[in-house]
Design a protein around this ligand. Structure first.
Ligand code: CTP
Length: 478
């Protein structure tokens, strides 16, 4: 007797669907990711319903029964969607599909359940559970998806070259699922991916980037990037990253492979943070190492200025990958620019002034910057790593102390432009900026405290050097 999943179909949505299917003699199934996730014991809120017949018509009828008002119907694709409580439910009619060689646009015809299962991406995503009364809860798994799930395999239902050629996005999806679930992609699939890597060029950048972000969001993104690299896919949309790969040796001196180093940093960081853009900062922190690489016979390999050039490369990369150019881009840029600063403090002597400057520049992103720097401490030499980590802790402690004492994070100089104009009876001019930046530096260097009275006294002290005379005494606290 076949196993049934009746007990997992207790949600009212399935009940309504089953009743409707039975009354109207329809073959209706829950299919794809929801079934996969159920078998993996990871409950999902995204339900894909397949009907042998008209998907949108079923969606409208079921929505009416559930008193759902808003149903989105995509006539061209023969699909429909609505939300019910916390569920996202997608309806589609069973299809046979064929694709034209240079387009993602499928030509579709109505098909059977089996036709539909054939044209899905992976065996683990092709399983269906019947919702019809007579067979309610029965798993229909013609490609042994359940077995592949247990074995941890990503395999296509059809010949891989056909499945990938039908929709090249599936090559990225294979890598995403393999990374997310710690699965292996079967060898024939990997070979087909290598053969067809250039087919991803027909995809829109948005869809590629969407998959890329999902790979970055996994618990060990390096696995995904190694697969992207090994299949040749990465080079098609992220040449700056592939350029990091390789080790060069001169006069017996070798530099580290910056591709693998970057991936190690990304994994280290991902163990401590889910923040997508912080993960992007880890991915891009050394992106300018190839263009700044030099060999100096005295000191070996150098990458001077890679943090500055890297920050300059960020907007270009974000633009091309269609990533958000507002806050996320600025945040990543800032972290790339500052990523060496805490480490420089670790290496050198940690003065309060240097800490205050760092706090001031990093502002509220200081904790994220410290997470990135901590992740960036990688070396084959355990002793070196241990020493760095200890020093790093020291810098972290000092950061906390200085922040408590001087409150310089996000601080504004305590003397305003208006006060300067009133005191010296001047209009907007360069002297205002000069006074403000002098006071800021004096505070950060620790010459004066971050306090109004001391700032005003400093302003009065330096005014004559700028040719300014007090015309109206600034207000002073009692
Ligand atoms: N599918 C496919 N080919 C694609 C995209 C999707 O065959 N390029 C099929 C798969 O059967 C998949 C289902 O459509 O299971 C739903 O796709 P989607 O919602 O994108 O992915 P899920 O598998 O549900 O995975 P998740 O939501 O966890 O990303």
């Amino acid at each position: 007797m076949s196993v049934t999943y009746q007990n997992d179909l207790k949600h009212p949505v399935f009940k309504v669907l089953a009743e409707y299917a039975t009354v109207h003699q329809l073959d209706v199934y829950v299919i794809g990711g929801w079934v996969r996730d159920l078998l993996m014991g990871r409950p999902s809120k995204d339900i894909d319903i397949l009907v042998v017949g008209d998907g949108p018509a079923l969606a409208s009828a079921v929505a009416a029964k559930l008193r759902v008002k808003k149903v989105s119907i995509f006539k061209n694709f023969g699909t429909a969607h609505f939300r019910y409580k916390d569920l996202d439910i997608e309806f589609v009619g069973a299809r046979k599909e064929s694709y034209l060689p240079n387009s993602r646009k499928p030509q579709t015809h109505q098909g059977s359940l089996e036709d539909d299962q054939h044209r899905r991406d992976f065996t683990i995503n092709s399983m269906a559970i019947s919702l019809r009364h007579e067979t309610f809860g029965v798993l229909i798994d013609p490609f042994n998806g359940q077995k592949d799930l247990e074995a941890g395999l990503i395999r296509t239902p059809l010949e891989p070259s056909i499945t990938f050629s039908d929709d090249p996005l599936r090559m990225l999806r294979a890598i995403r699922f393999a990374t997310r679930f710690d699965f292996q992609i079967t060898r024939p699939c990997l070979e087909a991916m290598k053969d067809q890597a250039d087919r991803i060029n027909i995809l829109s950048q948005e869809r590629i980037t969407d998959e890329l972000n999902k790979i970055i969001a996994t618990h060990e993104p390096s696995r995904g990037f190694k697969l992207l690299q090994a299949t040749g896919l990465l080079a098609h949309f992220f040449p700056e990253l592939t350029a990091l790969q390789g080790i060069e040796t001169r006069d017996g001196k070798a530099h580290k492979d910056n591709f693998y180093h970057t991936l190690e940093v990304l994994d280290n960081l991902s163990r401590n943070s889910d923040h997508l853009w912080l993960r992007w900062a880890a991915l891009l922190h050394d992106i300018a190492k190839p263009p700044t690489k030099r060999f100096d016979p005295q000191i070996g390999w150098t990458f001077h200025g890679h943090e500055e050039l890297g920050a300059k490369m960020v907007p270009k990369i974000f633009k091309r990958l269609r990533l958000p150019l507002d806050q996320p881009m600025k945040y990543v840029q800032k972290l790339v620019r500052l990523h060496l600063r805490p480490i420089a403090l670790v290496k050198g002597s940690v003065t309060d002034a240097a800490i205050r400057r760092l706090l001031h520049e990093a502002g509220d992103d200081i904790e994220d910057l410290m997470l990135l720097c901590n992740a960036d401490i990688t070396s084959k030499n355990e002793f070196k790593v241990k020493r760095y980590k200890q020093n790093f802790e020291l810098v972290s402690e000092k950061l906390k102390m200085v922040e408590q004492k001087d409150r310089v994070r996000n601080f504004q100089p305590p003397v305003s432009g208006q006060l300067i104009m009133d005191t010296f009876q001047i209009g907007p001019c360069a002297a205002i900026g000069q006074i403000k930046s002098h006071i800021k530096d004096a505070i950060l260097e620790g010459h004066i405290a971050n306090d109004y009275q001391q700032a005003v006294e400093e302003m009065l002290r330096i005014a004559p050097t700028l040719g300014l005379k007090v015309q109206q005494a600034p207000p002073m606290p009692e």
